[in-house]
Ligand binder design. Structure first.
Ligand code: NAP
Length: 284
């Protein structure tokens, strides 16, 4: 029988560990504060921002909200981020993406100080990840590593295949699996014979962004399947990039959607926020 990897339970476990750690650090005079910046009122972004602030409150991290109107200019947003970079009371800065079209997201990401880059998107964080230096890890892939480890799944020596090469999932996932001594293959829309490649995987990470695209034909018998996808099906229920009902019987372990990778992203964001005070003394 396949093991259902319970992201809800594992993320709760991580948040509880962080809560305890924050209590200890606060008692020693180290307090974390996350600045959360949202531009416009996209409903999905508002839900994400609300959940992030809720997680902060649960763990004992202060959060400061900056809700800016849709018409905010790029210059105004850059100026706010620069102020937050200088603000000694703010340890982490999160600018909720996507931003309105008239604002260049890359420019904003690069403006955030790498020492406060809790999303792990700044090129300095990405570079640190690839050369194995300590730094902020991209939250969704870091969450997947925790799901695997805390479910007793060994990565070392395993054939790991990732479908997708985005900057927020596929690429950092590859770096993290490599760090754990997996043998890593990254596939994308130009990959030839995708099924042949994915069938080699002991651990298959699916971040293709296409609803229920991956069927059992793509999966080796007994593989571990991690579904990063997030969609709504015809009945408005959440579903992933994997056709769960078809694939699950062929796996040794699999994440559900919802309740798999999703809850881990916020837990790892909270871990990055705590990291800002863990390492405070080492910073210049
Ligand atoms: P993305 O930027 O759209 O990237 C999709 C990747 O899949 C691209 O690299 C693309 O290749 C590749 N691809 C597309 N069609 C393919 C095909 N037919 N065969 C092989 N590869 C193909 O997506 P993303 O941002 O990485 O997100 C992926 C999914 O995860 C989405 O459903 C998203 O909603 C979800 N997500 C969930 C969380 C969470 O917290 N649970 C976080 C982030 C994302 P090319 O590069 O060649 O175009």
């Amino acid at each position: 029988m396949s093991q259902l990897i319970d992201g809800k339970q594992i993320s709760k476990q991580i948040k509880d560990e962080l809560k305890e750690e924050v209590q200890r650090l606060s008692a020693a005079g180290r307090k974390a504060c996350l600045a959360v910046v949202q531009v416009g009122d996209d409903p999905a972004s508002s839900v994400y921002v609300r959940n992030k602030k809720k997680a902060c409150a649960y763990i004992g991290i202060e959060s400061k909200s900056f809700e800016l109107p849709e018409e905010t200019t790029e210059e105004e947003l850059i100026s706010l981020v620069e102020d937050l970079n200088r603000d000694n009371e703010v340890n982490g800065i999160l600018v909720q993406l996507p931003l309105p079209k008239h604002i260049d997201e890359d420019k904003i990401i690069r403006t955030i100080s790498p020492d406060k880059d809790v999303d792990g998107f700044h090129p300095v964080s990405v570079g640190r990840l690839w050369i194995g230096e300590k730094g902020f890890l991209s939250c969704t892939p870091a969450g997947i590593i925790q799901l695997l480890k805390r479910s007793g799944i060994t990565i070392e020596g395993k054939e790991c295949v990732i479908i997708g090469r985005s900057n927020i999932v596929g690429k950092p996932m590859a770096a993290l699996l490599l760090r754990e001594n997996g043998t890593v293959t990254v596939t994308h829309s130009r990959t030839k014979n995708l099924k042949e490649v994915t069938k080699r995987a002991d651990i298959l990470i699916v971040a293709i962004g296409k609803k229920q695209f991956i069927t059992s034909e793509y999966v080796k018998e007994g593989a571990v399947v991690i579904d990063v996808g997030m969609h709504r099906d015809e009945n408005n229920h959440l579903c992933g990039d994997v056709d769960f009902a078809d694939v699950e019987p062929h796996t040794s372990a699999i994440t559900p959607v919802p309740g798999g990778v999703g809850p881990m992203t916020i837990a790892m964001l909270m871990n990055n926020c705590v990291e800002t005070i863990r390492t405070q003394e080492e910073r210049p």
